[in-house]
Write a new protein. Structure first.
Length: 163
C-alpha cells in the first residue's frame, strides 16, 4: 500500500501507475440507496490504475450490517486476483444485483484490500466524495468514481476496449 497522496489538485488518470497501487484516503465517502445512507466513512482505500478513475474500497464494518448478500461467480484481475460479488439490499428491501465486489484473497501486493468492499457508483442512488457527487465510469465493468479531482480520458467508454 502506498502513502496517502495530496488531493488538493486534480489528478490525471494517465499519471496513475500500472500495475495499480492501493492508497489510503481520509476523504469522506458516503453511499446512499433508497434515500438511506449505507456507507459513511473516512477510512477508504483508493485503487489507482492508469486510464481508470479511482475505485474506492470501503471497510466492511462501515457498511450497514445485513445489506450484502454474496453471490456466485468471480472475475479475474491480472493484478489483484479473483473478485467475488455481492447483491446489495437497500434498508427498505430493494435488491440491486451484483452491485459490489471484494477480493477475499488478493494476490501479493494487494493484501490491504482484504475486508474492504467496492461499490459500482452507477448502481447506487448516490455516492459522494467529500460531499461531491460521483459520476460513474462508463461501461459496466470497471466501477471507477469520477469527481472534479480526476481527469481523463477514461477507459470504459465506447472505443476504449483495446487501450
Amino acid at each position: 500500500m502506498s502513502e496517502d497522496v495530496d488531493r488538493s489538485a486534480a489528478e490525471s488518470v494517465w499519471d496513475y501507475p500500472r500495475p495499480p497501487i492501493v492508497v489510503p484516503s481520509g476523504e469522506r465517502v458516503v453511499i446512499e440507496l433508497d434515500g438511506e445512507i449505507v456507507v459513511d466513512t473516512r477510512r477508504s482505500l483508493r485503487v489507482l490504475e492508469t486510464s481508470h478513475p479511482p475505485v474506492y474500497y470501503v471497510p466492511g464494518n462501515a457498511i450497514v450490517p445485513g445489506l450484502l448478500t454474496p453471490i456466485s461467480g468471480t472475475t479475474w484481475c491480472e493484478f489483484k486476483g479473483a473478485a467475488s460479488y455481492f447483491d446489495v439490499a437497500s434498508p427498505s428491501g430493494r435488491l440491486v444485483a451484483r452491485a459490489a465486489w471484494h477480493y477475499p484473497e488478493p494476490t501479493d501486493g494487494y493484501a490491504a484490500l482484504v475486508g474492504h468492499v467496492a461499490f459500482y457508483p452507477g448502481r447506487m442512488d448516490r455516492c459522494t466524495v467529500d460531499q461531491e457527487p460521483v459520476v460513474a465510469q462508463h461501461g459496466d465493468f470497471y466501477g471507477g468514481w469520477i469527481t472534479s479531482k480526476v481527469t481523463g480520458p477514461f477507459k470504459g467508454g465506447p472505443g476504449t476496449d483495446r487501450w
